[in-house]
Structure formats: C-alpha cells, structure tokens
Design a protein around this ligand. Structure first.
Ligand code: HEM
Length: 401
C-alpha cells in the first residue's frame, strides 16, 4: 500500500452525530485492531482502534511520548522543539516520572476530596449569577469555563483576574486551525506569564502549588524553565478539558432527557459518580488520540510495529469497542464504565483525574437540580463544535430555562 492509498486519519464527527467518533473509525475498528492512516504531512502511523491493544500498548515502555523524536505523529504543522517543554506530558521516564512526582501530592484523591466544599461553593455561586442574569446565556462563557478555571487558579496560585489572558492562549495552543507561529507565540506568552508568577512567588510565597515549585527550584531540584513548563501544563490541562466536559456533557444530557432525569430527580452520589464515568467514556473529549512513537520493534495482534513508527491510540473509538462495552453507542448513566480510557492509560494517565471527577460530580449533581428547566436556546445544527481542537467540545452553548 503506498502512502496515497492509505486512508486519511478521520477527525471530523458526522453532522447530526456530534457525540460519536467519526464513522470511518468504526469501520477501521471493525476491520482490525491496528491499521495505517495518513496524516497531513503524508506520514502513515499506525492507528490502534481496539481497547485491549490500546491498553497493552499504552502500558508498554517501548513506546515514547517524546514529541521531538522522528516518527512522532504530530497532529498539525509546528511540532514543538525541545526548548518548548510543555511540562512532562511529552517526555519519557525517568525524567517524566521525576518531574511528575513533584506535583502529584495535591492531586491525590484524599487531598482533592477535601476541596469538595470549596468546589460546591464555586458552582453554587456561578449558578446564582446565572439565575440572576439575562437569558439566553452562553453556558460555556458563564459557567463551564469559570468552574475549572477558578479551581485550578486557586490550586496553583494563579490570579483568576488574568483568565482572559490564559484562556485565550490555551485555546490557541490546542487548536489545529491556529497557524503554527501563532501557536508557538501563545506557548511563549503562557510560559513567560508563569515565569513572572514564579518570580513573584519567590519574593512572596503563598500556600499554593507554584510556590511549592519555587521551593524545588531553590533547592536545585528543578530548573526554573521546567517549573514554568509544568505550570503551563497544569493551567491548560486543568481548565480546558473539564470545561469541555461540562458544556458537552450538558448538551449530551439535554439530548438524552431520560438520562438527564436520572441526575435531576435522583439524589444518589453513587449514581452521580457512575454518570461522570459514563459521560467521560461516551464523549471522550481527547478525540485526536494518544500519540506515541515506537522505540523498538513490537509484535502485536499479528503485525510488527517497527522502531521509529508513529502510533495513534484513538481512545475515543477504544471507549466504543463492543468487545469491552455492551451496546457502546448508548449513553447509559447506570452502566459501570470505570474501565474507560478517557484519561489515557499507563505512565501518562491523567494526573488531574481525581480533580476532574470531583468537579464533574459537583456540576452534574447541582446544575440540573437547581435549573430543572434548563434547555438549549439554539438549534443543534447551529451549535459550533470543536472539530479543530486537541480537546473536543462546543465553542458556545446558548441555554435558557
Ligand atoms: C475531564 C477532564 C480531563 C480529561 C478528559 C483529561 C484527559 C487526559 C488524558 C487522556 C491524558 C493522557 C495524555 C497521554 O497519554 O498522552 C491526560 C494527561 C494529563 N492530564 Fe488530564 N484530563 C482531564 C483533566 C485534567 C485536569 C483537571 C488536570 C489538572 C491539572 C489534568 C492534568 C493532566 C496532566 C498533568 C497530564 C499529563 C500526565 C503525564 O504525562 O504524566 N487533566 N489527561
């Protein structure tokens, strides 16, 4: 098969099915666990579509997440250079593990659980403002973005007043439709911003994660630029992802009123926790797949991946694998979906997942109970979806009640 005959990596979801992976991905999954796809630059990485092979490969130390290695399947022109370090997400062990360990403590389940009352207050206050304000209103701007932004700002010690600055640059950083030079400029602007905050905290430390990173820098355990890179990663990952789950999750529930009713009319924390897992599985907002490059030859499912081959582990279709989830195309908040790979798998599995779960549990158990008549204020066809972002969701969600 020449590169021209290899099918392009399907990115766009079908019109009318905004919650489902592209139909082409279903076809490729039916055919084989691994196949080749073509990217924008003509390269033909492996596409891994089935759940079992995805988990096995994501746990395999012979795969590298190092974006600077030849063969890494970058989704758009403008691959970051070694100098543009986005924390540790695009690094390999042992350096990845060394840096990740420096920030794991605040994301441990017990520490995060202690934040529940504060997160509940943030959500309640924002809903008070929604109810007191004009309608229709854009739920993204008025609620979905502020919730995780306020939470991650408090945790890191970033002033929320700067939200226009960091939200704008984050949006650029993860968009494929933004030109590469502009993406690079947004990365540098965020890096400089975090670096200035680290300088302020060196002079005047607080009880926050950035101040803890300053202590590491002072102890000679961490380069100052790596501390800023970790800050960028946590700030971007900490608000963009959860914001999209809040808005897209709400839209999905509005389109499935029987499922929404379970959350609105019930009062069972177990159901809410399960609903969060199922919405994560069903929507899988990290829809461009986990990206890796092979360090060694690997035999799997009857094929040989060669050292230097790129891989895309498409977790959105992995979460719809009928071999793992019964009737995977159905949103069923009562199913046990905890095995999903929406947070990835292996050493890079999402560091912030306890925090994301907590925020989503508070939001999904509060919003529809407090605004039981919440509904879309625009036709589904007029809602702009983020087909061009590293994180899927909606740019706007006009709602009323
Ligand atoms: C619903 C919300 C979220 C989703 C769906 C999500 C998804 C993911 C996924 C799929 C990965 C794996 C990346 C890979 O394997 O290449 C990841 C990594 C990561 N996430 Fe999240 N995430 C969410 C929320 C958060 C939050 C709230 C934070 C808080 C700061 C966070 C911080 C991180 C970090 C630091 C990594 C890199 C981990 C590593 O490389 O060791 N995420 N996330």
């Amino acid at each position: 098969m020449t590169s021209d005959t290899v099918p392009a990596f399907p990115m766009a979801r079908a019109a009318g099915c905004p919650f489902d992976p592209p139909p082409e991905l279903h076809r490729l999954q039916d055919e084989a666990p691994l196949s080749r796809v073509r990217l924008w630059d003509g390269s033909t990485p492996w596409l891994v579509t089935r759940y079992a092979e995805q988990r096995s490969l994501l746990a395999d130390p012979r795969l590298s997440a190092d974006v600077t290695r030849p063969g890494y399947p970058f989704p758009a022109p403008g691959r970051p250079t070694g100098a543009q370090k986005l924390g540790f997400i695009l690094m390999d062990d042992p350096e990845h593990a060394r840096l990740r360990r420096m920030v794991t403590a605040p994301f441990a389940i017990k520490r995060v659980e202690a934040l529940r009352p504060a997160v509940q207050k943030i959500v309640d206050d924002l809903i008070d403002d929604l109810l007191a304000g004009p309608k229709p209103v854009d739920l993204v701007e008025a609620f979905a973005l502020p919730v995780p932004s306020l939470v991650i700002c408090a945790l890191l010690g970033v002033p929320y007043a700067d939200h226009d600055l960091f939200q704008g640059h984050s949006r650029n950083l993860i968009s494929r439709s933004v030109p590469a030079d502009q993406r690079g400029a947004s990365f540098r602007a965020l890096h400089d911003y975090l670096d200035r905050l680290l300088a302020q905290k060196t002079a005047d430390p607080g009880d926050d994660l950035l101040s803890q990173l300053v202590t590491r820098v002072q102890a000679g355990e961490l380069e100052r630029s790596d501390a800023a890179g970790i800050g960028v990663l946590l700030l971007v990952a900490g608000h963009e992802t959860t914001a999209n789950m809040i808005a897209l999750g709400t839209l999905a529930l509005l389109e499935h009123p029987d499922q929404l009713a379970l959350l609105r009319d019930g009062d069972d924390p177990k159901l809410v926790a399960g609903a969060v897992e199922e919405l994560l599985r069903y929507l899988n907002i990290t829809h461009t797949g986990r990206r890796r490059v092979a360090l060694d030859d690997i035999e799997i499912a009857g094929v040989t991946i060669r050292a230097g081959d790129g891989l895309i582990l498409a977790n959105d279709i992995g979460n719809r694998d009928p071999g793992t989830f019964t009737d995977p195309g159905t949103l069923d908040l009562t199913r046990d979906a905890r095995r999903h790979v929406a947070f990835g798998f292996g050493v890079h599995q999402c560091l912030g997942q306890p925090l994301a779960r907590l925020e989503l549990q508070v939001v999904y158990s509060t919003l529809y109970r407090r605004i039981p008549t919440l509904r879309r204020a625009a036709a589904l066809a007029d809602i702009p979806f983020k087909h061009d972002g590293a994180v899927y969701g909606v740019y706007e969600l006009p709602v009323t009640w």
